[in-house]
Design a protein around this ligand. Structure first.
Ligand SMILES: C[S@@+](CC[C@H](N)C(=O)[O-])C[C@H]1O[C@@H](n2cnc3c(N)ncnc32)[C@H](O)[C@@H]1O
Length: 251
């Protein structure tokens, strides 16, 4: 599906602006990622944009994760309705999480793990979710396990802060947060302190309030050490000591 066609169908939805949707669409067309992951889909606007580009490519799939709450959000049509309306269902697997996208990433890492090694699965990860340090630093490190060498991570809202956001600055959940937390540009801190310092990140480029980071094509995917269960040894020794003490008392 061409950009103008998909934008005519979903352009009225909030969040990502037309110019950024265009950049996203063109990037997917040019880079042809096979497996894409989106963290935060809300009504599915950018999901539909990515899916339309994948359809045009003739190859590729998007897994997209958000919270269960957006299934029925303020009477708005949800991602399922928008995918049905645009006929793009086969290109997207939406996951409505009861917990968080970090929880769903745990499940994907479990699926991808064999012999204590996580096989990377995604060529592209678009993080447009919480925009907060605790959640998104965690999402980044988990995402890096699943991102293929040479793959791309895209971070939305580089300049975001709670205080600058009309909606979040008034949200009840943010009213008891300290000033430093409300004023901090938390995505910028994530990109500067976690992403650009990660040993497997090759480059970071900021463009139009977005941060693009590439995983080094020669990053290795090695198995970790086997986990040694000392607890079992300690428990056995404790039980033996107990039995010996009892025997000595009675003997
Ligand atoms: C800005 S919206 C996404 C907009 C979408 N990418 C677009 O432009 O069409 C952010 C979304 O992230 C979701 N989100 C925030 N924290 C989350 C978490 N911990 N787990 C899952 N989804 C989360 C919110 O529910 C919200 O729908």
């Amino acid at each position: 599906m061409k950009f103008n066609e998909i934008y005519a169908a979903v352009g009225h939805l909030p969040c990502t602006e037309e110019s950024q949707c265009r950049v996203l669409y063109d990037w997917v067309r040019e880079s042809r990622p096979a497996q894409c992951l989106e963290l935060g889909f809300l009504y599915g606007k950018t999901s539909c944009i990515i899916a339309a580009a994948l359809q045009e490519n003739g190859v590729g799939h998007l897994t997209s994760i958000d919270l269960e709450a957006v299934r029925n959000h303020k009477d708005n049509p949800n991602i399922l309705d928008h995918l049905a309306k645009t006929g793009l269902q086969e290109f997207v697997t939406p996951i409505f999480s009861a917990i968080s996208y970090t929880w769903e990433l745990k499940k994907i890492i479990e699926q991808q793990t064999a012999d204590n090694r996580c096989e990377p699965y995604f060529d592209f990860i678009f993080l447009d979710g919480a925009h907060t340090w605790e959640t998104d630093v965690c999402a980044f490190f988990l995402g890096m396990k699943l991102l293929k060498p040479g793959g791309w991570f895209l971070f939305d809202d580089y300049m975001y802060s709670i205080e600058k956001s009309e909606w979040w600055s008034k949200a009840p959940a943010m009213q008891d947060k300290p000033t430093e937390y409300r004023h901090e540009q938390q995505v910028e801190r994530l990109v500067t302190l976690a992403v650009s310092q990660h040993p497997d990140i090759e480059s970071v480029v900021i463009r139009d309030n977005w941060a693009w980071a590439r995983k080094n094509p020669s990053a290795s995917v090695v198995a970790g050490p086997a986990v040694t269960h000392l607890t079992k040894t300690v428990a056995k020794r404790w039980l033996l000591d107990l039995l010996l003490r009892r025997k000595n008392k009675t003997g």
